[in-house]
Design a protein around this ligand. Sequence first.
Ligand code: HEM
Ligand code: HEM
Length: 214
Amino acid sequence: MAAPRTSGRQTPIAPPDLWDPVVRISHWGLAFIIVMNALLTEGGSQWHLWLGWIGMALLLLRLVWGVLGPVEARFSAFPPSPRAALSHMRGLVSGRVPHYPSHNPAGTLMVYAFWATLAVVIGTGLVMTGGQTPMQAAREDAAVASGDWSVLVTDDEDGGESRFGKVPQEVHEVAANLLLILAALHIAGVAVESRAMRRNLVAPMLTGSKRRRG
Ligand code: HEM
Ligand code: HEM
């Protein structure tokens, strides 16, 4: 096995055997919410807004954790670098098995792509709904149902037409679909990398791996 990378430090650092609870909760929470909102809830419905807002809170929590969290969860432990990603993949093909202190450089690009795309989805969602909380949207729905249209924040009843026209709606939908494509690539990437790096990457994101790496 190749010598572990030192990542600029004196002692080699391996990625965690178990990601901390904030990383795990935000990971599985966001994965659940993205799948639910992209495939199962009705766009703009109460459920959709609730899940969207919880997703926004989880994303913000994870971003704060990227500054304040443990070393391996910090942005500084996984800087985005397409060159490092390429050299990582070339290394794997030639049988080198490097260690990284956090996500590997290829996974890192995917992580930032997820967060950026999710921010676009949430941002356009907020524009469409005029920044209404799910509670405000529920009150608005109730008022409209009783015939009081004066409470409407957006131009039509499903929030689809904001003062920016249909653009936010279209961007929201395209970015939501992109999230699903990224998720499929990510799951395939995790499987391929686990095999190539000869370590179970999924276990640390669940309950931890029993076998310690050398
Ligand atoms: C919509 C679904 C998913 C999304 C949006 C997603 C997103 C992410 C993100 C943002 C990270 C970085 C975590 C962090 O640092 O906070 C990550 C890491 C990870 N995800 Fe997912 N994920 C999804 C589904 C899955 C599934 C189904 C699996 C398991 C098969 C999985 C396995 C992993 C693993 C193992 C890592 C850590 C990789 C490493 O060790 O570097 N993910 N994912
Ligand atoms: C968390 C990730 C999210 C995903 C994956 C997602 C996905 C989607 C999808 C696929 C649609 C249907 C698009 C169409 O067929 O027209 C939709 C519609 C909608 N979403 Fe989201 N969404 C998310 C978050 C949010 C958030 C945070 C908000 C608001 C704060 C929001 C508000 C809306 C609204 C108002 C619609 C209805 C648009 C219309 O009138 O057609 N979404 N969303």
